[in-house]
Design a protein around this ligand. Structure first.
Ligand code: ADP
Length: 634
């Protein structure tokens, strides 16, 4: 086949643009990325060869070979791993399949340089990092078990070339034609063997396959120097060493190498357990949530080792789905070496180890909350949603729920800070029997709720539920410390102090004599509300909308509608403030003529306004606008 010119997918192009116009300050990491890919390719082959030994032919060694070359100003990284077919090259190297790529690129465009760097760190560009240091990259690859190879060439500018190639053994070779500034004139010299040796030791020491290089060894005077092949990395698994001997830097470097992380983790848990089953887990909480963490293509799971031998990547069966953000590995001598994913799912060992590990992680999180509040809050901002989903998922599992409820944080009306439920309950005045919560799209929206005014006046604290999942979580928890949750926008909400009880009784008295009015207001609104009544919970606002005790809330209705599930309709109750001037107007219009357009217009306007306060669009916004402008000009 002749040389074929192909275009990068649009998003790849933009990503490449970013890489080339380098927002990376650390130029060295390209090597770690390419070595990681090589190591993954070796893993894939090793695992396939467990069931198909013939794949290896007479080449049973797995290795990575690196050749820096001063003369050609290149550095070549080769592996004898699984390799790629022509199609795989097109799909893997020319496209980016991750969801969230578009959003990610948008965000990058809008952010400052420093912020962009942090963002791209969370994304990881893998193979494309080659273009940080090279102005031309060649990739020659031959898939194991086939005899044709292909060569991919690109300068990263938007196109790449593909051509057939002769390669006499399996695997992938990547040749980087280094940009001038990386060949010794400036700060870096990636053509220098010792410089590269240093980088391998720094970034790739734990890679589990030998990384080999040629070293020149001087012989006796007058003799030609000899070439000696040496393995540069130690390959010793970090997690087998004792915790006290490992520095934080070593842990950080390990996660970057082993898990393709671009930044140091937020927190690391190194757990060694000897119980029914023996295992070591080295897991971390990343500093940032992955862009696609809640998308279906996010690949959760831990690496699996048995007696320090790698078995499988992304094993999902250890941790529950809501801990999907945890990264790391489990090594256990109790796991069989060649175990298939299907068998693994059924395995008792995995279940027992997984349960123990989950417990251990929760314990460590509790410790983090207690001892390092600031760090915990950093964790919470990134992954709090996952824990809340965890509560929701353990709807029928009281024990699981219990283990999570003390790890939850919420913002409250006290100040902008995060508090645990225990901290909230601790501050509750004696007369307050329930935990007050309010739903809204953000703190500002909740603070504007008419119901908030009275609570603020009384100095009562309200928990803000601003994430759609919050309300579900609270619903599932139902109570905390034997105190039920009470939404301030539900019909049954009332304050328990003496003063509130008194005003409530007064309003009930007024209501008795206004039954006709309330009935006619309801009729004028036309079926949208279940009930219209007077309230004592409002101060300066005229109206508010609450929902029936057992009905979904308005925001839940919205969430369900967004999921195309219109079954869940909130039972709406319109509440009027009898101490507001508008109420007097309503009364007088009603007295004049309850069938008048003026009365009807006021009723529907009040209802529409109550909807707007709740962040819900009225059915007919244009009609509302007309009525309001009418009123303004009167
Ligand atoms: P990632 O490694 O995060 O998937 P990369 O851009 O680094 O992203 O690589 C994309 C894909 O290209 C890999 O998932 C792998 O399938 C393939 N690939 C990259 N390098 C190699 C290699 N040395 N051998 C075989 N396949 C490779």
């Amino acid at each position: 086949m002749p040389v074929e010119k192909l275009e990068f997918q649009a998003e790849t192009k933009r990503l490449l643009d970013l890489v080339i116009n380098s927002i990376y300050t650390n130029k060295e990491i390209f090597l770690r990325e390419l070595i990681s890919n090589a190591s993954d390719a070796l893993d894939k082959l090793r695992i396939e060869s467990l069931t198909n030994k013939e794949l290896l032919g007479d080449n049973e060694d797995f290795e990575i070979f690196i050749v820096p070359d001063e003369k050609t100003k290149t550095i070549t990284i080769s592996d004898n791993g699984i390799g790629m077919t022509r199609e795989e090259v097109i799909n893997n190297i020319g496209t980016i399949a991750k969801s969230g790529t578009k959003d990610f690129l948008e965000k990058i465009r809008e952010s400052s340089n420093a912020a962009a760097q942090e963002l791209i760190g969370q994304f990881g560009v893998g193979f494309y990092s080659a273009f940080i240091v090279a102005d031309k990259v060649e990739l020659i690859t031959r898939k194991t078990g086939t005899d044709s190879a292909v060569k991919w060439t690109s300068d990263g500018a938007g196109e790449y070339e593909l051509e057939d190639f002769n390669k006499d053994s399996r695997g992938t070779t990547i040749i980087l034609h280094l940009k001038k500034e990386f060949t010794g004139d400036d700060e870096y010299n990636f053509t220098d063997v010792y410089e590269i040796e240093r980088l391998i030791k720094k970034y790739s020491d734990f890679v589990r396959y030998p990384i080999k290089m040629n070293f020149e060894v001087k012989g006796k005077e007058g003799d030609e120097p000899k070439i000696e092949i040496r393995t540069v990395n130690s390959m010793k698994p970090l997690w087998t060493r004792s915790k006290s001997e490992i520095t934080r830097e070593e842990y950080d470097e390990f996660f970057k190498q082993q898990l393709h992380e671009w930044e140091s983790p937020l927190e690391i848990f190194h757990i060694k357990a000897e119980g029914t089953f023996e295992y070591t887990a080295l897991v971390c909480i990343p500093k940032h949530a992955a862009q696609n963490l809640y998308y279906s293509d996010y690949e959760a799971g831990l690496q699996l080792y048995s007696r320090h031998v790698f078995i499988m990547d992304k094993c999902k069966d250890f941790l529950p789905d809501w801990l999907r953000f945890m990264k790391g590995l489990v090594d256990s001598p109790d796991l069989p070496l060649n175990i298939s994913r299907e068998v693994l799912q059924q395995s008792r060992e995995v279940k027992v180890i997984g349960k123990a590990l989950e417990k251990s992680i929760l314990k460590q999180l509790g410790k983090l909350l207690k001892d390092e509040r600031e760090k915990y809050e950093e964790f919470w901002t990134q992954f709090g949603k996952s824990l809340k989903i965890g509560v929701y998922n353990s709807m029928f599992d009281v024990k699981a729920k219990d283990s999570l409820k003390d790890l939850l944080l919420f913002q409250t009306s006290k100040d902008g800070k995060f508090y645990t439920l225990a901290e909230y309950v601790e501050r509750m005045p004696d007369f307050q029997k329930k935990i007050y919560v309010a739903v809204g799209k953000d703190a500002a929206a909740i603070e504007r709720l008419p119901q908030m005014e009275l609570l603020r006046d009384r100095g009562l604290e309200v928990i803000y539920l601003t994430d759609p999942v919050d309300e579900f979580t609270i619903d599932v928890l139902h109570e905390y410390a034997e105190k039920e949750f009470q939404s301030i926008t539900r019909e049954n909400f009332e304050l328990d102090d003496a003063e509130s009880q008194k005003t409530k009784a007064e309003v009930e008295e007024i209501a008795k004599t206004r039954e006709d009015l309330l009935k006619d207001v309801k009729e004028a609104i036309g079926g949208a509300v279940h009930e219209v009544r007077l309230t004592s919970r409002l101060k300066s606002s005229a109206v508010c909308l609450v929902t029936g005790e057992n009905s979904p809330s308005l925001s839940m209705e919205k969430t369900f509608a967004a999921m195309n599930n219109p079954m869940f309709k909130a039972v709406q109750i319109l509440e009027l403030n009898p101490n507001h001037a508008v109420f007097n107007k309503l009364e007088s219009l009603h007295a004049q003529d309850k069938n008048s357009q003026a009365f009807k217009n006021l009723c529907t306007t009040l209802y529409d306004l109550a909807l707007l306060i709740e962040g819900v669009m009225p059915n007919n916004p244009a009609d509302l606008a007309n009525k309001v402008t009418d009123l303004l000009t009167k």
